[in-house]
Write a protein that binds this ligand. Sequence first.
Ligand SMILES: Nc1ncnc2c1ncn2[C@@H]1O[C@H](COP(=O)(O)OP(=O)(O)OP(=O)(O)O)[C@@H](O)[C@H]1O
Length: 259
Amino acid sequence: MSLLSFDDVSLDYSTQGAVLSGIGLSFGRGEFLTVIGRSGSGKTSLLNLAAGFLAPSRGRITLDGAPVTGPGRERAVVFQDDALFPWLTVRENVAFALRLSGRLRAERLDRAEALLAGVGLAGQGGKRIWQLSGGQRQRVGIARALAADPAFLLMDEPLGALDAMTRDRMQELLLRVWSDSGAGVLLITHSVEEALFLATRVLVLAPDPGRIVIDRAVYYGQRFLDGETSRALRAEPGFIALREELVDAIHAGEEANHA
Ligand SMILES: Nc1ncnc2c1ncn2[C@@H]1O[C@H](COP(=O)(O)OP(=O)(O)OP(=O)(O)O)[C@@H](O)[C@H]1O
């Protein structure tokens, strides 16, 4: 089934107070959660908890009811500047993630090629990392994350470094990867529009302490996969109104804090 749950989770890095407080959240395969919020609201901390890189100070994080005690193969993480190995080919970079799978080298390379095709990089496996564009590198990182056939893909600003056109294409690709892999996705972004377009659920975190103030079901990504165009969806009055509501929620209380 694969359900990742936060039960009243708080996190302190120091005695300075909680960075995250009272986080209650459950998400599973097939969901696409996007997380937005001001800088410092705790988005990356939330992802690091889900990944098992950090342990909660209070509360529990469980995977199918069992406590999460560290990173695991069922939760793959994609970072913005994914560290690919420059001395390996694109195909070898992806196959590297399969080295613990027990498969023979030839099988690993075949599987890597199939994963690369899945992210639109068919026939590029023999290239070196430095021969790729930023968007292509990011796709290699995603193919590598998918190699372990994870139940969850955890992504911290994966498209943040890309130019606007590449970013739009990558958003569409992410939706297809999500749909094809069946994984549950948790994606952090600074773009409210991106969050709204991709998600089946948008979470807004408010800071001091970081907490979930909005957890909203949305359907634009699914409608894109069902054949509607990204441009038409983003131009819908409902999309624009919700985008503005989310922007307002992100900035609520900001003036008061700076007064
Ligand atoms: N390793 C750490 N040690 C101490 N404090 C930390 C650490 N990592 C993050 N923090 C603090 O925790 C708070 C939340 O940080 P976090 O990176 O989770 O926020 P964020 O919403 O992802 O921010 P941004 O949008 O700027 O990436 C910030 O106040 C930050 O300074």
